[in-house]
Ligand binder design. Structure first.
Ligand code: FAD
Ligand code: AMP
Length: 482
């Protein structure tokens, strides 16, 4: 007999688990179907983000940064450390512990919210039926008034670099190295490639990043992208732009290396690495997810087609997170999950797709929101710019962490903030102040009239806002207009 629910959610990543919890909070009977299992064959929740994405990558970024700081910068503070060593298995074990704490936490939230947690692969059979095939091959059918598809994404594979998770790895394999590779290649200078490359570079790998495009971080404000390239190269990452990888060959023997062929402006070239990370992007994961007769449409890139409210073409069937258009980011996924839950419960929430913050968790961090200069120029909008370099921040200097800058863009006519672009320590958290300000349509003057604690990195946000109108105190005001 088929079980009946108000809502069945497929996938318990950030989009799905958040949607399920909000549905349950709103009094809807809810089930969530998840097929991910750990090596002990236990179902694990949290999807890519908690298991092999945001959280483990940040755990390794934090550990590797502590090591790097201890080794390279403790002297500056008058701290003498000798023989600073890295224990890679211990670092990986700590990362695994953080992951397990969080995935267990999601399970606990399902229990607390009385959400039925169903193990197996879900498939949408019709507008209100989901078939679940358990890991033992048993089938059950769930009936739902509403279905929320939150099946996420998986790494893109390229035929020129087939993943074996030993020598040629994807982002998941790059979180599991047993030792620091002497020479590490990274294909793709996107967010994931730069973050994972940074982890292993800090631990001592010679890292070469190969990027097919000529432009570095094309989605990022040009000034910030240029600064990022300079800082990452200073940290020892070799970043080859316009370098397209065309082939790879594994060596013979027990401890394999990989030789890659790539072409750039200097012609065809070769390079040899101990490990190679393929970080060329991710694709929506719709394998075995939709019965053709269910009629759920995909777009030309394989994403489930949805409108701004995450409704598919089939009434009652919604899709959220990485499996639909838009940036593949956990916070975007979560907000879509909440929006759909609220709309199912007849509330009127709407995600503001113009205000999705982006962050690259290198050190310093890179974070941005809204329009960049190139976009404003292209759309013919007049803007003022306020820039604050962290070299003028007392707090950044006290922390010996003063690389980078904050750049704020505001409309010349109205002073309304149009964008903010930061490279610097804690950029993600600093940016959030401007995300909130923009959500409330604040002007640069509004931020300028707000009091900020001293000394704090946030004062940089204040100064950048004051600089927009030529009123900054701690830097010379070169008011710049387009
Ligand atoms: P997912 O997290 O992919 O979850 C989908 C879930 O659905 C999975 O658990 C999967 O097993 C399950 N599923 C799929 N099909 C079925 C089925 N048929 N039946 C049952 N279950 C199914 N984003 C950020 O915002 N910040 C970061 O710092 C960040 N860092 C990242 C670092 C790395 C290395 C990677 C790879 C990604 C990172 N991301 C980051 C992206 C982030 O992980 C994704 O945007 C986010 O996980 C998307 O959430 P989701 O719920 O849509 O999909
Ligand atoms: P992202 O999609 O942001 O994760 O970035 C992936 C990056 O990988 C993009 O900038 C692509 O240009 C780059 N890329 C894709 N294929 C190749 C390749 N064969 N060689 C080098 N870079 C590549």
């Amino acid at each position: 007999m088929s079980k009946e629910y108000d809502v069945v959610v497929i996938g318990s990543g950030p989009a799905g688990y958040v949607a399920a919890i909000r549905c349950a909070q709103l009094g809807l009977s809810t089930a969530i179907v998840e097929k991910w299992r750990n090596s002990n064959k236990e179902t694990v929740h949290g999807g890519t983000c908690l298991n092999v994405g945001c959280i483990p990558s940040k755990a390794l970024l934090d550990s590797s940064y502590k090591y790097f700081e201890a080794k390279e910068h403790s002297d500056v503070h008058g701290i003498k450390l000798q023989n600073v060593k890295i224990d890679v298995p211990a670092m990986i074990a700590r990362k695994d512990k953080v992951v397990s704490q969080l995935t267990q936490g999601v399970k606990g939230l399902f229990t607390a919210n009385k959400i039925d947690d169903i193990a197996g692969a879900g498939k949408v059979v019709s507008k209100n039926k989901v078939k679940v095939i358990s890991h033992d091959g048993e089938e059950q059918e769930l009936t739902a008034k509403h279905i929320i598809i939150a099946a996420g994404s998986v790494p893109i594979n390229i035929p020129s670099a087939p993943i074996d998770q030993e020598t040629i790895v994807d982002s998941t394999g790059a979180l599991e190295f047993k030792e620091v590779p002497k020479r590490l290649g990274v294909i793709g200078a996107g967010i994931i490639g730069l973050e994972l490359g940074s982890v292993w570079a800090r631990l001592g790998s010679e890292v070469v990043v190969l990027e097919a495009l000529e432009d570095f971080l094309p989605a990022v404000d040009k000034q910030i992208a240029k600064e990022t390239l300079k800082i990452l190269e200073k940290q020892g990452l070799e970043i080859k732009l316009g370098a397209r990888v065309t082939d790879t060959k594994l060596s013979k023997g027990a401890k394999k290396t990989v030789t890659i062929d790539f072409s750039d402006t200097q012609g065809d070239q070769k390079a040899e690495f101990d490990k190679l990370i393929v970080a060329v992007g991710r694709r929506p994961f719709t394998d075995d997810l939709l019965e053709v007769s269910a009629g759920v449409e995909l777009d030309e890139r394989g994403f489930i087609k949805v409108n701004d409210q995450c409704e598919t073409n089939v009434p009652g069937v919604h899709a959220v997170g990485d499996v639909v258009r838009g940036p593949m980011l956990a916070h975007k996924a979560m907000e879509e999950g909440i929006m759909v839950a609220e709309r199912i419960a007849d509330k009127k929430m709407q995600v503001n797709y113009d205000l999705i913050p982006s962050v690259i968790y290198t050190h310093p961090e890179i974070a941005w929101i809204g329009k960049n200069e190139e976009e404003l120029k292209a759309s013919g909008i007049d803007y003022n710019i306020g820039v604050f370099p962290f070299a003028a921040s007392g707090r950044a200097l006290a922390a010996n962490d003063s690389d980078g800058l904050i750049k704020l863009l505001a409309d010349t006519q109205t002073d309304r903030i149009l964008g903010c672009h930061i490279i610097g320590a804690s950029a993600a958290d600093l940016l959030q102040q401007i995300v909130i300000a923009m959500e409330f349509s604040a002007s640069a003057e509004d931020i300028g009239l707000t009091m900020f604690s001293h000394p704090s990195l946030s004062e940089g946000v204040h100064e950048a806002a004051l600089a927009v109108n030529g009123h900054a105190i701690h830097i010379s005001n070169r008011k710049r207009r387009k």
